[in-house]
Design a protein around this ligand. Structure first.
Ligand SMILES: *Cc1c(COP(=O)(O)O)cnc(C)c1O
Length: 387
């Protein structure tokens, strides 16, 4: 038996290949692409996604935490593929990270000695990225700390392999943040100047996520950290419009293709008379004689209750509206006008079916910014398959 789950996620190899090659075509010569796969590869599932990404030409992955880095070690097919932890790592995990060649961010002084000592104990260099505080005000070394930091790393070059100096912009997907980001970039360049004076040449640098990468060519530095775009989503409507205007990009041929399709099947169908209520309470009353289908997907699977009476799914290439409350494990959809719809028919919650498509954003009344949240909330227990 192939799967006991009530829904599955299918990942398109051809879409991912297309996205990676498109994104690489936008890189300046010598700039590296890091594939950001935190949050279970934005819900796509790391076990299936990592090998697919490697086959598409990815040789560097970025994750948030040590446990996610462990996932890369487990699923990568090429032992030379790099992995970088951008966030959480504990002192007790440092030796493991150093021994396995895992790159990690340093963002506070307390960590410097523990990393140094761990590298000495392991007998290998710690591959580190120095995170610069430029205005995000989350983590990172402040202006007053830069010179001492760089000198510490230079002094201990036997224990540190400086892989990068980095920062993160506070919301490059919106033009409203433009000045803040420009100020951040100015601060970042100041830090790079200090680094250059300490190291004799500018160390490798990286700052851009998808939005900054697809908006500001001059902010690519030596590497870009691309999450959402590789999965086939524009970071925001604004970034999409900006690209339509400024690049050779055809409105009818989006160069980014959605990698994920999330699908299930019709579990049961039933006729309901006009005036009857469907499901719990009085949330939905049939305004006419209706045929409804139950779909074995609910909020436990990541199909939010907020899609009650507003979400859509695709059946036979047509939209079927969610009618009634989204339950924990199932929902009811209106198939009155979908000719021939029957038990066992494929139901698409996210992705294409025949000519139509349900984008994550059209999951009800939502903005593109919520792509991230909806995708990463898809439970790891849903099986992922390559196609
Ligand atoms: C998540 C993340 C990224 C990728 O962001 P996208 O908008 O998905 O491209 C890049 N850098 C850091 C530090 C991140 O946390």
């Amino acid at each position: 038996m192939k799967s006991l789950q009530s829904s599955r996620i299918v990942l398109s190899e051809s879409a991912l290949k297309q996205n990676i090659s498109y994104l690489k075509s936008r890189l300046k010569p010598g700039v590296r692409l890091s594939s950001v796969i935190k949050g279970n590869a934005y819900g796509h599932g790391i076990s299936a996604f990592i090998p697919m990404a490697e086959e598409s030409g990815v040789d560097h992955f970025s994750v948030f935490s040590a446990d996610e880095a462990e996932g890369v070690l487990k699923f990568r097919t090429n032992p030379d593929t790099d992995v970088m932890i951008m966030g959480m790592i504990r002192d007790i995990e440092l030796e493991w990270a150093i021994d396995n060649g895992i790159e990690f961010y340093l963002f506070e002084n307390e960590r410097l000695d523990s990393a140094l000592n761990a590298a000495k104990r392991v007998g290998k260099k710690a591959r580190v990225h120095l995170q610069i505080e430029t205005g995000m005000n989350r983590t990172g070394f402040g202006r007053g700390e830069w010179r001492d930091l760089f000198e510490f790393i230079r002094t201990h070059s036997q224990q540190f392999d400086l892989k990068g100096i980095c920062t993160h912009y506070a919301g490059a997907e919106s033009v409203a943040n433009y000045f803040r980001i420009q100020n951040q970039d100015d601060a970042f360049r100041d830090a790079l100047k200090v680094a250059e004076s300490v190291f004799g040449k500018r160390p490798p640098a990286h700052a851009s996520s998808s939005a900054a990468f697809l908006t500001f060519p001059e902010k690519q530095y030596d590497m870009v950290r691309v999450g959402i775009a590789q999965y086939g989503f524009w970071p925001s409507r604004e970034i999409y419009m900006h690209n339509l205007k400024n690049h050779v990009m055809d409105r009818d041929h989006d160069p980014l293709r959605r990698v994920m399709t999330w699908k299930s099947e019709i579990m049961n169908t039933k006729w309901v008379n006009e005036g009857e209520f469907i499901g719990y309470g009085n949330v939905y009353m049939a305004g006419r004689r209706m045929k409804i289908a139950t779909v074995p997907v609910g909020y436990t699977h990541g199909f939010g209750r907020n899609l009650t009476n507003t979400g859509f799914v695709l059946i036979r290439g047509e939209r079927a509206g969610v009618s009634g409350l989204v339950n924990m494990n199932m929902m009811t959809v209106d198939i009155t006008d979908i000719e021939g719809a029957k038990k066992g028919d494929e139901v698409v919650m996210i992705g294409r079916q025949r000519g139509d498509e349900i984008t994550v954003a059209s999951f009800g009344e939502m903005t593109n910014n919520l792509n991230y949240e909806i995708l990463t909330r898809l439970p790891a227990s849903i099986p992922r398959e390559r196609h």
